[in-house]
Design a protein around this ligand. Structure first.
Ligand code: ATP
Ligand code: MG
Length: 420
């Protein structure tokens, strides 16, 4: 127990972090190009925020939240997703007062108590955007363009953008009633969860992962048959906008998403060569009623969240593990060690990564460590070198060695580092 992390929770080790950093850098550059600024909201929020926004009868709120009473008796939850917190912050800080549209992105850990499996963790990470304040379809297109461009920049292929419209509060009420009728007739074929939720939340049956529900709902009525004129026009404009930008998509009328706050445009980025429940790499949609639902002014919004672990599984190998030092300093003897410590500090201050042995053995031993460190250059320095005022500089790839004056060493390394 003491030496084992909690089930479904993973360490990101130094050998993996280069991949994460590459992804994060690409994302930051891209979101900045598309006009999104970073927002960092707390990992804990009041439980009621999630119950109200994601929906009390959603899987997340019913079964998956890490909710607890803190020492002061407050009901707290580790965030299972990012939108609720962003919308809370937007409302709390009245961001609507300063700009007509608020475009933000976030990245960080999310928590859901699900059954752990490949691509399904209890602490996982999402990268997401929210664009709050615009109801026009142009923003839907921009958000989808940013999502698509991210996959292009990361060189990830084999994904398909699936889109659908869930209509607005009005037309969805009609659809819900029709779906409820349909499901009531099929009630015995549904899984126990969906049977229980037929009255309160019939849409969940269409998002259910159980084979029983998938089969039972194969001929269920579709939202597209109930969508009203305004919602239909909005959806048509989104599709037109995507066509204009040359963004490919598949209209998937069955897609309803698992969170209750979605309205109108909804979408998923699906990994086409992966079957089963873990194929959605990213997902999102409009949430035109959400700001008002939690107590803000009526404000439309749209966003998406990417599952970072699932996306990383699709990234082409970066081929680089933990970062290697540029220079290794092998120092033998007290005076040489002191020189080595100063040299390392000197190099690091000018932006050159330097490593050395803190309990140095003999030369052979230190050269072995220099090799293992992956350094490009090694400085070799002992009593003799200190006395003669020149150290040996070894190129670890070509194995060429040269003598460099001690007072010129840092400069020489800087010059060589530039051409490496
Ligand atoms: P799924 O249908 O796979 O359960 P979801 O609909 O619950 O996904 P969202 O809540 O929309 O997912 O979250 C957006 C993305 O976050 C998902 O597409 C997925 O990539 C990722 N994600 C969701 N839950 C997990 C998890 N438990 N572990 C890892 N990634 C996850
Ligand atoms: Mg889920």
């Amino acid at each position: 127990m003491l030496t084992q992390a909690i089930k479904g929770v993973k360490d990101i080790l130094p050998s993996d972090s280069a991949k994460w950093q590459r992804l994060e850098k690409t994302v930051r550059d891209l979101f900045s190009d598309y006009g999104f600024s970073e927002i960092r909201t707390p990992i804990i929020e009041h439980t009621v925020l999630f119950a109200r926004s994601i929906g009390a009868t959603s899987d997340i709120v019913e079964k998956e939240m890490y909710a607890f009473k803190d020492q002061g008796g407050d009901e707290i939850t580790l965030r299972p997703e990012g939108t609720a917190g962003v919308v809370r912050a937007y409302t709390e800080h009245k961001l609507f007062a300063s700009q007509p549209v608020t475009k933000v992105y976030y990245m960080g850990p999310m928590f859901r108590r699900e059954r752990p499996q490949a691509g399904r963790l209890r602490q996982f990470h999402q990268i997401g955007v929210e664009a709050i304040g615009v109801s026009e379809p142009g923003i839907d297109v921009d958000v989808l363009a940013a999502l698509t461009e991210l996959f292009t920049r990361l060189d990830v292929h084999g994904v398909e953008l699936h889109i659908n419209s869930l209509g607005c509060r009005d037309c969805r009420a009609l659809y819900k009633a029709a779906l409820k009728d349909f499901l009531t007739r099929k009630i015995d074929s549904l899984c126990p969860d969906c049977q229980r939720r037929v009255d309160t939340n019939p849409l969940r049956a269409l998002d259910c992962k159980s084979e029983r529900c998938k089969a039972a709902t194969s001929d269920a009525p579709m939202m597209s048959e109930y969508i009203d004129d305004n919602c239909r026009a909005h959806f048509e404009s989104v599709k037109q906008g995507l066509d204009d930008l040359g963004i490919k998509y598949v209209v998937n009328p069955r897609m309803v998403r698992g969170l209750d706050y979605y309205t109108r445009t909804t979408f998923e980025m699906i990994a086409v060569d992966k079957k089963g429940a873990q194929n959605a790499v990213a997902a999102g949609g409009r949430y035109d009623g959400l700001v008002e639902e939690i107590g803000g002014p009526p404000t439309p919004g749209i966003g998406f969240a990417i599952g970072v672990e699932r996306l990383l599984m699709m990234l082409p190998e970066a081929g680089k593990g933990a970062s290697n030092p540029m220079v290794y300093i092998a120092a033998i003897g007290g005076e040489a060690e002191r020189f080595g410590q100063k040299l390392a500090n000197n190099l690091r201050k000018s932006g050159i990564s330097a490593e050395r042995d803190y309990s140095p053995g003999g030369l052979k031993n230190q050269m072995k460590k220099a090799d293992r460190s992956g350094a490009s250059l090694t400085v070799i320095i002992g009593e003799e070198e200190i006395a003669s005022g020149a150290a040996i500089l070894r190129d670890m790839k070509t194995r060429e060695q040269s003598e460099v004056k001690l007072d010129k060493l840092a400069e020489e390394i800087r010059t060589r580092a530039k051409s490496l």
